[in-house]
Write a protein that binds this ligand. Sequence first.
Ligand code: ZN
Length: 692
Amino acid sequence: MIRHSSWLKTFTRSLAAASFAASLFLAWQAIAHAGGATLSPEQDPLVKNMDSSVSPGADFFKYACGKWLAANPIPSSERGWGIANLVNEETYRQRLGICQEAARAKAAKGTSEQKVGDFWASGMDSVSIDQQGIEPLKSYLAQISNVHTRTDLLALVAKLQAQGFGPVYGFFVAQDEKNSSRYVVHLYQGGLHMPDRDYYFGQDEDTKRVRGEYQKHLTAVFKLLGDDSTHANLSSAAVMKLETAFAERSRTLEQRRDPWANYHKMSLAELAKLTPTIDWKNQFTGMGIPVQDTVVVGQPEFFRQVDSCLSVARLSEWQSYLRLSVATTLARNLSKPVDMENFHFYGTVLSGTKTQRPRWKRMLDATEDAIGELVGQVWVQKYCSPATKARYEKLTNDIIDVYRQRIQSLPWMSEATKTRALAKLAKVERKVAYPDHWRDYSALQIDRISYAANQVRVNEWWFRHEAAKLGKPIDRTLWDMTPQTYNAYYDGSKVEIVLPAAAFMLPGIPDSLVDDAILYSYAGGSTIGHEITHGFDDEGRQFDENGNLNPWWTDADSAQFATRAKKLADQFDGYVIGEKHVRGKATLGENIADLGGVVLGYEAFKRTDQWKRGEKINGLTPDQRYFLGYALSWLGQRRPQALQQQIMTDFHAPAFLRVNGPLANIPEFYAAFGIKPGDAMYRGDDVRVVIW
Ligand SMILES: [Zn+2]
């Protein structure tokens, strides 16, 4: 199952990374330098990170971050290393304390503390995990070998969906894109165990390498499940054949970004026509959810293909596929050989990571995914005060106010569209720092006996939690990220921005010394400004103020927007990494949000005393500090394999382009660093992009 309807949400950061000093949130108000104290050059990240041997006009990212990059190679356990890791190192330390304390407390059964403590402890108990071997898979493998008919097969697919194994197709419950007041079942393309359909067909060397390794990985998994070499090879070939068939009728990253093209509301009768082999009433009953009268199908051709595979492929091939699905879903909860084979493919082959993260970090990651809000409630009490939240809220409101004024004075937009845009902006719900209400995990059972069994119960709990939304009013209290997450998102159906507290953390600097230039770029621009722009990017703008897909722009304004957006897509299409071009259309929404974010943050910064006074800090003007602060938001580097994977799978461009790309469109940036014609960073007036 896709736990969250993530395709409707646009995130600030790609899910990168996952170091140090006391908990340091940015200072939010009139900053201490007004009273005389400023960052010393030794403390100032903008000075410390800079490689002044590089010209800012040649490669601003390298100029801003080069010294840090040279001094901070990627650890062997990471696919990349940067600012997100620095924040995560800090929250790892905090979460470790919370989990260890919970484990020591041996709290009463059913309490949140007991669940956190036991989940953590069961995951840390590698002796028991190794003793159990693949035992936790046995009941699933037995059910798979008991499949004798297509009816059996489909009944098991439904059951495995409800247990969180997500085989064959994507299933999630989310708001109807055209009637946001109602939850509806979404059926989406899925079923693949490589990260994107393009891996099954790409002809560049890196993709061919990954595909070859995948075939070997599949064989290795089947041997671990007990197959002899002959059977393991047959099973591996069967999985490759089925998944390639799914991939043939799966849409690309670019195609999945068109919300109209991925919306096909169907009655059960229409669905039955699309997939005559699948009895959807039985699927829903098998999942334990009410039979639905209508569903939203994302990609009808994908389901037609699944249906055809059900008729064509042999049952034994489907059984191989299901065995792979259960083994992959639980691999990280199983004994070392299975876990390591899984890591070999998903960590080493796909992202170049050489060693696993230490177990304690992996278990914190797993606890976060499973019951992150239970950890989050304690984390907020310890590390995030209501006063901090109030300060974040104020900054959020300030950035949105700037956006409002910019829309009002936008030269290319008509009054009619402006009125609607302003109405939508006013309606954007602002969720900042941490939730006011928390999820209720009381039905979830956790013990210390088996890590894998805990994981299965967690997966089932999440399925039921999501499915329980059907038929109920929209729950506007939910957050789909925990407060301790270094990320943020915009939700197009709920019309809300969600900005977790950790998104604002800046490790290593006493918060009383952070100046407004860093505050308005790092927090205001790259996080708040970015998210609010998503409501009006090429995808977000198609939803109205109530979160419904509904054209509200005049044709002329749409054409104006499209012309501007196309220039940005063309700009990013022009960047090449290895053999691959960055995908301008796939990353367009994020690039529009980055460009909007940096502009909105700058405009808000211009209202501060620091900007108005114009004094230098550590030799840097306010404008220079603002743009260097923006680069600090994307400080980091990735392994070549991870960069290739990012281009294949991620709606976000690589970090260095999220700096150089948007800044190359901003005249104030040119002025701050003397960028001139002939510089690599220079773009002529005719190609420079102005949207917001
Ligand atoms: Zn984003």
